[in-house]
Design a protein around this ligand. Structure first.
Ligand SMILES: Cc1cc2nc3c(=O)[nH]c(=O)nc-3n(C[C@H](O)[C@H](O)[C@H](O)COP(=O)(O)OP(=O)(O)OC[C@H]3O[C@@H](n4cnc5c(N)ncnc54)[C@H](O)[C@@H]3O)c2cc1C
Length: 485
């Protein structure tokens, strides 16, 4: 079975061992619990879209392993067009739910990056990681699985290496090597889409040297593997999201999780790196190029929804779109800068010898620096257009509107060019998109903008540009970088 419907996907989650907690409570059924159902429903929508007459081409692709049509997040992007479809899918997904569908993103990217890196490792070390990965990839495709990607370690003191931390568990590491596999332990944090995932791809959180080889591991584990506990994080609008009224968005919701690996055994067939530190940086490099090119599409998709939310608020307040057109146009420009820079990175990329297509690193990292900036301006404009009720803390709760004593007065107080309930719903969405849980990790999702700037600095051809400028100016005298005094 290469394709699953949303319902079949939900069924696969129901069969898993419950190991996800929130509010110190074990979630028995992830597909129906108020804490998790929104995210699962939005991932299920992507499964259903794979059968959509009009848009299936975005959500599916031809498998490089079998030639069959599979979910896009189960296939290897081999061309610029394939990667651009990744961007189109992400923008489409955000347009649907206003937020991230983690279980069709980072884990998929991790698996495709390992496709390339395992081939490089096998060449140097004579290992058989690529064959293992190929079998795993086939398993993922055959079972139409959703994957989360765990890169970020808890890290501990940021100025120290993993091996120097007072608690080795700050980074997931190899505790024991056995003949039939490895035992891993430690913490991965802020991992998106865990509740919607069947499997988790775990890779190193950084590029490391020999002293850190215990931290250089790449594995695939079932989300419900023995020894793993997942704790879902709290968000500003959480309690509202979990109730039935209009305080909660009607589609989507994002969930991050902390992963506690407490001596988890991973059999050899699911181990794709175990100590080959020289290649840990390659995983991060390829991953960042793919992810940071595509994240422009995520924020553009959410920006599209913000434009819609701002227009609805203006109209609900009795003002026409025209009043705010200049601001709305700026929102559209911000969206397209992020989307377009990502597409540019994809077009300027190249195919790795393994077949994986990798976007251009310089443009992808430039995009990340702007993803950490422009959506925030878009959020400011959304609030500006909407008025105070879209800022946090300015609308009574759904429950108060139900009050026999004063509910009717609240409806009347919020009435403007539309009825009180419609205006309140519109404001709640604007609030959720700008200061609530709808924020798709613009700043740190996919890594910090400062990290991206370091790559831009490293890849920019400063000396070539200085030489060009000298030639154009006709300079024959010596102009050199001053020596350190
Ligand atoms: C919404 C969201 C979704 C996410 N989803 C995922 C996911 O699915 N999978 C996943 O693996 N991760 C995920 N993450 C985690 C994300 O990748 C990290 O937040 C990001 O890499 C930054 O790491 P950090 O949060 O530990 O911040 P830090 O590393 O603590 O960074 C904080 C600041 O300190 C700077 N800094 C850090 N170390 C140093 C140093 N040694 N020297 C100088 N400056 C330094 C950084 O540049 C930054 O400015 C997600 C994050 C968010 C916000």
């Amino acid at each position: 079975m290469a394709l699953k419907t949303g319902e079949q996907y939900k069924e696969s989650l129901r069969k898993m061992r419950p190991n996800v907690y929130k509010w110190d409570r074990l979630i028995e059924d992830i597909t129906t619990d108020p804490v998790t159902r929104g995210h699962v429903a939005s991932v299920a929508h992507s499964y259903d879209m794979s059968f959509d007459e009009k848009d299936a081409y975005i959500y599916t692709a031809k498998s490089h392993l079998t030639g069959e049509i599979a979910h896009r997040w189960n296939t290897l992007p081999q061309t610029a067009e394939d990667q651009m479809h990744n961007a189109r899918m992400k923008r489409h997904q955000y347009r649907h739910s206003g937020t991230c569908k983690g279980a069709t993103c980072a884990g998929w990217t991790g698996m495709t990056v390992l496709w390339a890196v395992t081939q490089e490792m096998d060449k140097e070390y004579g290992t058989n990681y690529h064959e293992r990965l190929k079998n795993y990839f086939k398993y993922v495709e055959d079972n139409a699985l959703a994957l989360a990607g765990a890169i970020t370690d808890a890290k501990g003191d940021r100025s120290l290496k993993p091996s120097q931390q007072k608690n080795k568990d700050s980074h997931v590491h190899i505790k024991e090597v056995r003949e039939d596999g490895i035992v891993i332990r430690g913490y991965k944090t802020q991992i998106c889409g865990i509740v919607g995932a069947n499997e988790i791809i775990v890779v190193p959180g950084g590029g490391y040297g020999e002293s850190e080889k215990d931290f250089c591991l790449a594995v695939a584990v079932p989300r419900d593997v023995e020894g793993l506990t997942c704790v879902i994080t709290r968000k500003p609008s959480d309690t509202r999201e979990e109730e039935e009224g209009w305080d909660a968005p009607k589609v989507g919701t994002i969930t991050q999780a902390y992963l506690i690996f407490d001596d988890v055994f991973v059999p050899n067939e699911r181990v794709f790196m175990a100590g080959e530190y020289k290649y840990s940086g390659k995983i991060i490099g390829y991953f960042a190029a793919i992810y940071r090119a595509a994240i422009g599409a995520c924020v553009a998709g959410q920006g599209d929804v913000m434009i819609g939310a701002a227009i609805n608020m203006a109209r609900a307040n009795g003002l026409s779109q025209k009043v705010f057109q200049d601001k709305l146009t700026q929102m559209a420009i911000n969206n397209e800068i992020n989307y377009g820079t990502g597409l540019g990175a994809m077009l300027a990329g190249k195919q790795h010898e393994s077949g994986l297509y990798i976007p251009d690193a310089l443009l992808a990292h430039v995009n990340k620096t702007q993803v950490a900036k422009l959506p925030y301006e878009t959020k400011v404009i959304t609030q500006d257009i909407s008025g105070g009720i879209a800022e946090t803390g300015c609308i009574p709760s759904y429950k108060d509107f139900q009050s026999e004593l004063y509910g009717e007065h609240l409806y009347k107080a919020l009435e403007a060019a539309t009825d009180g309930e419609s205006r309140t719903r519109a404001a709640r969405l604007a609030e959720w998109l700008t200061v609530g849980a709808g924020i798709p990790g613009c700043m740190h999702g996919g890594g910090s903008p400062d990290g991206a700037k370091m790559v831009v600095k490293a890849l920019t051809k400063w000396e070539d540009y200085a030489a060009d400028a000298k030639r154009i100016a006709g300079i024959t005298g010596e102009i050199v970088e001053p020596k350190k005094k």
